[in-house]
Every structure is written in C-alpha cells, then in structure tokens.
Write a protein that binds this ligand. Structure first.
Ligand code: HEM
Length: 392
C-alpha cells in the first residue's frame, strides 16, 4: 500500500460484531483509510457515503485484479467466473441471462408461495415457547425460496449452509475452504448435468437460445445465486428483528401501523446492513478517492454499513427511525453490480416481518444482548443465532 505504515490500522475480531464504531472513527479521520482486514488482507476501506457511491461507479475500480483471469481448470477459478466478479462486457452477458427472473414484476408472482412458506414456518414455531429465530425462520425462508427458484433440492440445505458459511468466513483454514468450496462446486456440476439430461421448470434448467453461457459459467452462476440467497436475507430478518427488539418503541410503532412495513424494511436495510462491505474491487490504474492515493492492483473495500451511517447523509445515523426517508441507502450496493436479488429480498423481508409481528403478539430476547455472537466475516454482518421467547 502507498500509505505510510503509521497510518495503517489493523482491524481485529471485534470488527465482526461492531463494524460501526470502527467505521465512525475512521470516517472522522479519513473517509478512505488504509487497513489490514481481520484475516490479513491489506485494503483501502471506504467509509464516507459520497466516497462510497463514487467508488462503486468508478470504472477504474474493477472486479478482476489487473492481468488476472480465473482458471476454469481449478475449483477456485470456477468460483470466480460469476457476474459479481466480472467486468464489462462479460458482466452484462452473465447478468442478462437471469435478469428477467428477478425483476420486481416477476418476483411479485412469488408472493403467494413466499407467504405460504412463511405461514408453515410460523406454524412450526407456534408450538414452541423459545426458538432460535435464525434456524427456525430467518434461514429456512429465503433458502427455500432460492432453492425452489433454482431447482435445487431443499433437503440439501444443511450441506449448503455449512459450505456457504465456510466460503464467506474470514477465519476458515485454507484446507476447510478448499474442501467446502470443492464440495459445493462438485454438487453443482452434477446437478447441472442432471438438469441438462432432464430439464425442469426452474432457473438452472433454463438456457438462452444462443447458449451464451459456458457450462463453467453456469456452475459459477448457480454458486453465486445460492450463496447470495443463503447469506443475505437471513441477516436482514435476523439483524432486523434484533434491532426491533432492542428498540421497543419502533417495534410498537410497527405493530400499531403495519402500513409502515415497506419503509421499515428500507430503514432496517440502512440500519442493519446484512452485507457489511461490498466485495473486493481492484485499482486498474493509480487513482485518488477521498484523499487516498491508491496504487494499481490495490484492494478497495466499500464499507456499505459505513456509508449508511454517515451523518452527512443520514442525520442521527445510529438512530433507528422506521419513518425516516432512507432512500439512497447502499445496503444493496450501487452501480452496475447493484443487487440482482433486491426485489426478492424486499418482498421476503416484508412478508417475514409482517408475518412474525402478526403471529406473535410478544417476542423477547431469550439471552442478554451481549451474549449474542456474530459470524466471523467481513463481508456478511450476521448473528450465529438469535434465541427469542414467543407468545401469541
Ligand atoms: C437483504 C438481502 C440482500 C442484500 C443486503 C444484498 C446485497 C447485495 C450487495 C451489496 C451486492 C453488491 C455487491 C458488490 O457490489 O460488491 C449484491 C449483489 C448481488 N446480489 Fe444481493 N443482496 C441481498 C439478497 C440477494 C438475493 C436474495 C439474491 C438472489 C438472487 C441476490 C443476488 C445477488 C447477485 C446475483 C448479485 C451480483 C450482481 C452483479 O454483480 O451484477 N442478492 N447484493
């Protein structure tokens, strides 16, 4: 890194649970700061709102490191060939194939099915006084939806959960990463081969007329969609419910006025940031953002949760206010890689929060807040478990 060593900050494991105070401190000093992430990657961390938006649309910041191409012969190459790791023109080609399936209009057609999956999970929970809201609800809901859309057997979800958790973790050993990534890729290779032999009415069976995606790219796409479907909405529901439980005034407001639901989901996205940092971007040439001089090939991480709590954009940013205008939040990213699944995530969250509040007149934390554990990931901001007590 070109920053003098004295200004490089080492982020420790406490960053996983509370990225906010680190971002607040860094932003006040310099909105683009040289850091060593937990796990050891030297990065430029962008915590200011204006700088984050600029970085996410800066054509000099690219998803592929300069001079590097994924090697399709290696498992890791296969993990890297999806749209979220691609730049123009590959990015457009890869995104186009699935874009249509995720528009707000298409996703709205899933409302009855999402409502029925939600009702089934709520029924199961109603028989118990205390549950882990993540395992019983926040995880199975989006995972069942994405599995059904893709045509992946829901019965295999515990395997995916374990593989996916290793892949996004900053603390998994290289051996564990290799083993779980390999298992997931092998699974998709055989699933896609089966769908080619015997196509069904699902996304992984779909091919565009010109078959613009190679088999490798399809495997990579399936991997991306399944991980995105596993690691994100679960944390919007989990972190969001925790935020409401810790802010009983706002929870009561939402119970009293369900018409607040759509704006509540937006404010929760801004406030709880299921994706803490956007994925890696690499400088294709020397550039300057927010006063930082970034060298070719250096890593830039946009702290979405930092931008979403920048007081120059959102006054009193650490306050959860369900009726605030949270428009412009960066929870789904910004620019060409803006989340493909945003309409689906919004719909799932609206149905999930609405269902939980309607079914359970009382929900309280079953452990003290400081006993909650956060997952060891700089990408994802999510709990290990959320034990709650329920009453009708
Ligand atoms: C609350 C839930 C979600 C959040 C907060 C979220 C957040 C994000 C963010 C921040 C990005 C951009 C990352 C970057 O620029 O580095 C992204 C991209 C993406 N998301 Fe989501 N996501 C959510 C749900 C989903 C779901 C349910 C899907 C499933 C279809 C999905 C699929 C994708 C895909 C495919 C991309 C890559 C888009 C591209 O590269 O053009 N996301 N998401």
């Amino acid at each position: 890194m070109t920053a003098p060593d004295a200004t490089v900050e080492y982020l420790g494991a406490d960053y996983f649970g509370d990225p906010y105070s680190v971002h607040e401190r860094l932003r006040a000093e310099r909105p683009v700061a040289a850091v060593i992430m937990p796990g050891g990657t030297p990065s430029w961390l962008v915590t200011g709102y204006a700088e984050a938006r600029a970085a996410l649309t800066d054509p000099r910041l690219r998803k592929m490191p300069p001079g590097w191409r994924p090697d399709p012969a290696s498992i890791f190459g296969l993990l890297e060939m999806h749209m979220l790791n691609s730049d123009r023109p590959d990015h457009e080609r890869l995104r186009k194939l699935v874009n249509k399936a995720f528009t707000a209009r298409r996703v709205e057609q899933l409302r009855p099915r999402i409502t029925s999956i939600t009702a089934g999970l709520l029924d199961d929970m109603s028989t118990r006084r205390e549950v882990d809201l993540l395992a019983s609800f926040a995880f199975p809901l989006p995972v069942t939806v994405i599995c059904e859309l893709l045509g992946v057997p829901v019965a295999d979800r515990d395997d995916f959960r374990a593989w996916s958790a290793t892949i996004v973790s900053n603390t998994a050993s290289p051996g564990a990463y290799q083993a779980d990534a390999t298992a997931m890729i092998r699974y998709f290779i055989s699933l896609l081969a089966a769908k080619r032999r015997d196509p069904a009415d699902d996304l992984l069976s779909a091919r565009d007329e010109e078959d613009k995606l190679s088999e490798n790219e399809l495997v990579s796409m399936a991997f991306l969609l399944l991980v995105a479907g596993h690691e994100t909405t679960v944390n919007l529901i989990g972190n969001g419910m925790l935020a409401l439980l810790l802010n009983p005034g706002e929870l009561a407001r939402l119970r009293a006025d369900p018409s607040l639901l759509a704006s509540a989901v937006e404010e929760l996205l801004r406030y709880v940031n299921p994706v803490n940092n956007a994925t890696y971007r690499f400088a294709a040439e020397p550039l300057e953002i927010g006063g930082a001089r970034i060298g070719t090939g250096e890593v830039v991480l946009v702290a979405l949760s930092g931008a979403n709590r920048d007081p120059s954009r959102y006054p009193d940013p650490d306050l959860l206010d369900l009726s605030r205008d949270s428009a412009g939040h960066l929870a789904f990213g910004h620019g060409s890689h803006y989340c493909l699944g945003a309409p689906l995530a919004r719909l799932e969250a609206e149905i999930a929060f609405g269902g939980l509040l309607e079914r359970f007149g009382s929900m309280t934390l079953a452990v003290p807040p400081d006993a909650l554990r956060w997952r060891p990931s700089t990408l994802i901001h999510g709990l290990e478990a959320l034990p709650v007590r329920l009453a009708p």
